[in-house]
Design a protein around this ligand. Structure first.
Ligand code: TXA
Ligand code: MG
Length: 359
């Protein structure tokens, strides 16, 4: 299949006439049952018409994704929610007022209009209203309901730039809209409103604390940061070893000097055994490391920058063919919770805790 690439330079809500025409045509592709990858404020999505079971089947095929892993339905207007969500509790309205459009996905009971192909057989539906202007216009032109997982091949990091979408999806889908790099870089927060109290199934830019600020009590799925909870995660997609780099990733926690010394020692050993070693570092400690490829996530004090850069670095390590990767560890509060959740999953929960560190 020939994949058409559309470049949208327009920032904010203003697009040129050609850009608007191109988005309208991409919307037509969605209406006809085709697939269009598009930018959102989190990561790129691989969109299809959410109300068309055939489109959802195509999405699974293009990603190489198991079809029991439900898709998020993206909408552009509040009045469109009722067509896909059967009951809309007051809590959902409050969250929508506070965080939509934006990086929050809500789980609600589904209506009959949403095919089981889209929800992976579940009676609930995940709904999100993204804030990215390209996404919003495409959704409107595409009929209002766009099912979109992250636009990566199953098992690869979510794409934060159109370049990565082309790598994974070129030749497999109809259109890729290149709208620049994602602002947030990690997937949306998922909160389940069908349980009481509401529960976070996937941490993201909208933190548990921010949700609790609106709703009062909000719980966390216990599998989010722990490998040993003995439970299956409640978001089916969270059980897969997502975000997996090709090299074996280990997170190293402890006091800064000990972490750099440990990583340098083990990197030297690995390299002596023929490994190519990568290090995921913060700007502050970058000069301390000795390894084949050392990448900076930015300053430890800037969690937003760390979130934005993480997936790009994991992909870069794949390109560099590193076989062992070591990463610094982050606090699991605020946005750090989402960062640590993705890192731990990429690491298959391989975490080394160095002594003299109370964490
Ligand atoms: O930021 C995002 O959410 C991006 C952009 C493109 O919007 N999308 C995204 O989609 O991350 P995806 O398919 O990669 O992740 C969707 C997650 C999966 O873990 C899936 O299991 C969960 O949402 N999910 C979807 N519907 C669900 C439901 N009804 N109940 C529980 N979990 C659900
Ligand atoms: Mg994904």
């Amino acid at each position: 299949m020939d994949t058409k690439i559309i470049r949208i330079e327009g920032q904010g809500e203003t697009f040129s006439m050609e850009e608007d025409r191109a988005l309208r045509e991409a919307g037509e592709v969605l209406r006809r049952g085709g697939l269009v990858a598009f930018p959102t404020e989190t990561v790129y999505g691989l969109g299809g018409n959410a109300l068309n079971p055939e489109s959802s089947r195509k999405i699974y095929a293009a990603k190489g994704r198991p079809s029991d892993n439900p898709l998020i339905v993206h909408i552009a207007r509040m009045e469109d929610l009722a067509r896909v969500a059967g009951q809309i509790p007051e809590a959902a309205m409050e969250l929508a007022r506070a965080f939509w459009p934006g990086p929050l996905t809500m789980i609600l009971p589904k209506t009959q209009e949403v095919p089981y192909e889209t929800t992976g057989g579940l009676d609930t539906v995940a709904v999100r209203m993204p804030s990215h202007p390209v996404a919003r216009r495409l959704i409107s032109y595409g009929g209002g309901y766009v099912a979109a997982p992250s636009a990566n091949l199953s098992g690869r990091p979510s794409p934060t730039s159109a370049r990565y979408v082309k790598e994974d999806m070129g030749g497999r889908i109809d259109v890729i809209i290149d709208g620049g790099d994602g602002e947030i870089g990690l997937e949306s927060t998922i909160v389940d409103l069908t349980v009481s109290p509401p529960q976070v199934l996937r941490p993201g830019y909208v933190t548990r604390e921010m949700l609790a600020g609106v709703l009062g009590q909000v719980s966390m799925d216990q599998t989010i940061l722990r490998a040993d909870s003995g439970q299956a995660p409640r978001a089916p997609g969270m059980k897969y070893r997502h975000y997996a780099p090709k090299g074996e990733l280990t997170i190293v926690s402890g006091q800064a000097g000990r972490v750099t010394a440990y990583i340098n020692a083990i990197a030297a050993e690995d390299e002596a055994r023929g490994h190519r070693v990568g290090v995921i570092a913060t700007e502050e400690l970058l000069p301390e490391y000795r390894a084949d490829v050392v990448c900076s996530l930015g300053s430890r004090r800037d969690e937003e920058e760390i979130a934005r850069r993480l997936y790009g670095i994991l992909r870069r390590f794949d390109d560099e063919k590193v076989t062992r990767i070591y990463s610094e560890c982050f606090d699991d509060t605020g946005l750090g919770q989402a960062i640590m959740n993705r890192l731990l999953k990429a690491a298959g929960h391989r975490l080394v805790v160095l002594e003299d560190n109370p964490k």
